[in-house]
Design a protein around this ligand. Sequence first.
Ligand code: ZN
Length: 133
Amino acid sequence: MKIDHLGIATKGIDEALRFWEDALGLENVHTETVEDQKVRVAMLPIGESRVELLEPTSDDSPISNFLAKRGGGIHHIAVEVDDIEAALAKLKSQGMRLIDESPRIGAEGCLVAFVHPAASGGVLLELVQKQTV
Ligand code: ZN
């Protein structure tokens, strides 16, 4: 396993890039809107991982809720797994609470599923399986 990305909630990606890109020196290599999750994302590689900036595209986006409650900041950690179905089945068999019982399509066409923070002691965890096309 490796950390695929750190998801960071922002009110606006363009403004956030003034820090992450212009000031810190990372490079935004990919921007897309993930309709399913009502977010626009920007991906900035850092070592073998990425920073994923998240901006809500509607008031009922999960990111809107997070921003309202906590302001911006780290929203989730994403780990890459080889077999997301197997990872979900294992977590479920151990009684861990899941947000997604089955994978959804996330950014870059990856399969993704979120594990409830109650399972991990307060960290929203995203499982990511790269599509092997
Ligand atoms: Zn993510």
